[in-house]
Ligand binder design. Structure first.
Ligand SMILES: CC(C)(COP(=O)(O)OP(=O)(O)OC[C@H]1O[C@@H](n2cnc3c(N)ncnc32)[C@H](O)[C@@H]1OP(=O)(O)O)[C@@H](O)C(=O)NCCC(=O)NCCS
Length: 175
């Protein structure tokens, strides 16, 4: 019995294709991201997930944007970039966004997306991969650990409300 037969909605692994994201996929990837990166659950992810982020990544790093196409339905995505440091032989793959439709979780879809993304990074000369997520995102952290990621470094996001600043109020008044 294959993993996909074992739990969740049955899907035939032959129906699942990991492929590069195409222009026509953008709105579906965007709405799946809207469903996953919500303000109540992951405020920092919610703030940075928007159309400009997605369209910008597609334009600049289309070779590093993948979707899981399950018989025409977008079941997941993995979006990232390759970082090249000047005066350094090292290149880093950076997985910025990964998500699986809740209806298709724990079926190996994200693992296949990461495998494809990783292969692309290797093909483009990367020697290391980086991922990040919110510290409370235990599911994602367990997933990344299961994919071989470790050496976690804590990173702190801070925010400041600008609406009490005189220059903010002035700008609002001036329209
Ligand atoms: C994290 C996420 C992408 C995993 O997607 P997925 O397709 O369900 O993951 P996979 O089925 O490929 O998981 C492979 C393995 O990772 C581990 N894993 C995945 N999700 C896990 C979870 N929530 N808790 C514990 N372990 C988990 C398991 O070992 C799993 O294998 P198993 O199911 O045989 O036990 C998905 O939960 C998701 O979309 N989360 C919301 C978006 C998000 O937080 N993205 C990360 C920040 S950008």
């Amino acid at each position: 019995m294959s993993r996909s037969d074992a739990i969740g909605p049955a899907y035939d692994s032959e129906d699942l294709e990991i492929r590069e994201m195409e222009l026509e996929d953008i709105h579906r990837v965007f709405s799946l991201g809207e469903q996953l990166f919500t303000a109540d659950k992951w405020p920092s992810l919610y703030r940075t997930w928007d159309e400009y982020e997605l369209v910008g990544l597609f334009a600049s790093d289309g070779d590093f944007c993948f979707v899981a196409d399950l018989d025409g339905r977008i079941a997941g995505f993995a979006l990232g970039t390759l970082i090249e440091k000047r005066r350094s032989a090292w290149k880093y793959g950076y997985l910025l966004w990964i998500g699986t439709d809740p209806a298709f979780r724990r079926l190996g879809i994200a693992r296949r997306l990461v495998d494809r993304f990783t292969q692309q990074c290797i093909d483009e000369g990367a020697r290391m991969m980086m991922v990040d997520t919110a510290a409370e995102n235990e599911g994602a952290i367990r997933f990344f650990r299961q994919q071989g990621y470790g050496k976690a470094v804590r990173h702190v996001y801070m925010s400041r409300n600008l609406t009490n600043l005189p220059s903010y109020k002035r700008r609002r008044r001036e329209g």
